[in-house]
Design a binder for this molecule. Structure first.
Ligand SMILES: [Zn+2]
Length: 97
């Protein structure tokens, strides 16, 4: 368990959190996916967030509909994020923008 996890106090919103999942996203220019439990619909393209493993990542720009996202080919997962996902027992979903 890495120190510094005190920063990531999860403020759970009131009400039942249904669809909890870890979304594995590939930041721009990266060859590895990191996990976030923020719904991709709530993520802003180009913004910086902290992944579940504590990694700072940048949300990639959306891929035009007629193109295949480059991240589609990325299947490596960050071990730090994987550890947290396993700890929280979140179902994993790969997500491409
Ligand atoms: Zn990570």
């Amino acid at each position: 368990m890495p120190t510094g996890s005190a920063l990531s106090t999860t403020t759970s919103p009131t009400g039942p959190s249904t669809d909890r999942a870890a979304y594995w996203i590939c930041p721009r220019g990266s060859n590895i996916r990191h996990a976030t439990d923020i719904r991709p619909g709530a993520l802003i393209n180009g913004s910086a967030i902290k992944a579940l493993g504590g990694c700072a990542i940048t949300i990639p720009m959306a891929t035009p509909n007629d193109q295949q996202p480059r991240s589609r080919l990325v299947n490596k997962r960050c071990p730090d994020c994987a550890e947290v996902v396993e700890e929280r027992n979140l179902p994993s979903r790969d997500w491409d923008f």
